[in-house]
Design a binder for this molecule. Structure first.
Ligand code: BES
Ligand code: ZN
Length: 457
């Protein structure tokens, strides 16, 4: 059978495929930091060349931010568009990495062989599972299966500012029968997952300014308003004692999950204790009376991702800082309006501001939570294909993270998105020592070959 030949090709080509991934991982394409602009460009060029080596007509497409990469295989049958992102998160704190984040390597660990490096799991390794499945297919058949388009973004980790305008401007080119996205995880190491809901994200940075310069706290402490104190008060006001978010109107439109949904999630037998235990914790910190899965997949949150003020170097300095800033993100669920929440949050901050302080806001993206419909025939076909590769059938799951494009595929292009990924909970995405299991990479490629076989018919 020809699928068997493709799978065999994936198996024998694994060392070379891994080398190609390591090559991509060496490019420090950190999208949020302007210092890495040229590297983002380089990663886009790398992908264009890689797609061209598959006979795909591919090009780098400029945006006001980092470029997109778009390619088309041509061909007959179901039109599938594959999305992945080539940008990665910043690497700090650098001193917690055991090796260079952009000096990727294959490493033997107690839990198996891993590919170590920033972006290995999120999302270069995942993106390459699909590209490499296509390469094996091409080697066996001389062409890619069906009609495949490729769409790679370089701003996913920084709120996707160029994505919506680009999709609107190129809607006819990007519309397809189904979108395939590889940027999520397995349910556990045996159970593959198709993600049917994602949370949205509102990213807000606020800077409180008070005195026009840093002051000596011996003169001005207790006399002048301290922006760090003001910021702390604002942050402390964002939750009540039970872990509920206090921004007015925050829960408007948030629905309780159905009994059916609750039962389906319960049947997954998620190990809640192990989930927190893995990271050295024991107690849930969110809204009371809900399980970790429910909190992660169906409830909105507000979190502080960074705070900056005053003297943070070694030793001590009795300074009264003139500024204090924080980066705050809200994970949103379907029904919440990101823009209303932004206005409400900003109004709340203004109300808490003392006379002598001002605030400046900077937005880092606002995308709504989304729930995918699984009516598209592609979902059943993909589930069946995954069952052929994995020992357990695929689970329909939620995802607490955000992938802004998933909703845009439906709202802008009327294209259903199907999210299938092979990451694991311990991949340490966004953290030091990020890794991707070699098994995820290998079985990921094999899974896509099987899915393509079914989808291309
Ligand atoms: N791959 C992640 C999304 C994800 C997170 C999937 C956790 C599975 C588990 C994606 O690259 C990501 O990190 N998205 C950002 C988006 C944000 C910066 C707009 C996120 O969720 O923080
Ligand atoms: Zn990410």
């Amino acid at each position: 059978m020809s699928l068997d030949a493709v799978l065999a090709r994936i198996d024998t080509d694994l060392p070379q495929a891994t080398e190609r991934l390591l090559d991509l991982l060496r490019i420090p394409s950190i999208s949020t930091d302007p210092a890495y602009k040229a590297d983002c460009d380089k990663a886009a060029d790398w992908l264009v060349r890689d797609l061209q080596s598959l006979g795909v007509e591919a090009s780098k497409r400029p945006t006001p931010g980092h470029p997109m990469v778009v390619g088309h295989s041509g061909g007959e049958g179901r039109h599938m568009i594959f999305y992945g992102h080539y940008d990665v998160q910043p690497v700090d704190p650098l001193d917690l990495w055991d090796s260079g984040p952009f000096e990727p390597a294959i490493e033997e660990t107690a839990k198996g062989t891993v590919i170590r490096g920033r972006g290995s799991s999120d999302d270069k390794g995942q993106l390459m599972t699909f590209v490499e499945a296509c390469r094996a297919w091409k080697a066996v058949h001389g062409a890619l299966p069906g009609n495949i388009s490729f769409f790679f973004e370089g701003e996913e980790e920084s709120g996707s500012p160029s994505l919506v305008p680009f999709m609107k401007e190129n809607a006819d080119e990007l519309r397809a029968d189904v979108a395939l996205i590889c940027d999520t995880g397995l349910f556990d190491s045996r159970v593959p997952a198709i993600v049917t809901s994602l949370r949205g994200l509102l990213g807000e940075e606020l800077t409180i300014e008070g005195p026009d310069k840093d002051l000596h706290s011996g003169f001005f402490g207790g006399v002048a308003m301290n922006p760090a104190r003001v910021l702390s008060r604002i942050i402390a006001s964002l939750h009540d004692a039970d872990g509920n978010v206090t921004v007015p109107g925050f829960y408007d439109g948030v629905a309780e999950i159905s009994d059916e949904q609750r039962a389906q999630w319960q049947a997954l037998e998620f190990d809640h204790d192990a989930f927190l235990g893995e990271v050295g914790l024991s107690e849930l910190a969110g809204e009371q009376g809900r399980t970790a899965l429910e909190l992660m997949w169906s409830r909105p949150t507000c979190e502080v991702n960074g705070m900056i003020s005053g003297y943070t170097g070694d030793g001590f300095k009795t300074v009264l800082p003139s500024k204090a800033s924080a980066k705050i993100s809200f994970r949103l669920v379907p029904g919440q309006d990101p823009f209303k929440i932004r206005e409400s949050f900003r109004a709340m901050v203004h109300e808490l501001l003392p006379v002598d302080c001002t605030v400046v806001f900077d937005n880092h993206g606002a995308s709504p939570g989304i729930a995918m419909s699984t009516d598209n025939e592609a979902f059943d076909l993909a589930r069946a294909a995954l069952s052929d590769e994995w020992s357990d059938p695929a689970a329909y799951v939620g995802c607490g993270g955000s992938i802004p494009i998933a909703g845009h595929f439906k709202s802008i292009l009327d294209t259903d998105a199907m999210l299938i990924g092979f990451g694991k909970d311990d991949d340490q995405i966004h953290s030091p020592n990020e890794k991707y299991d070699l098994e995820s990479f290998h079985k990921g490629m094999r899974s896509w070959a099987r899915i393509l076989d079914r989808l291309a018919g």
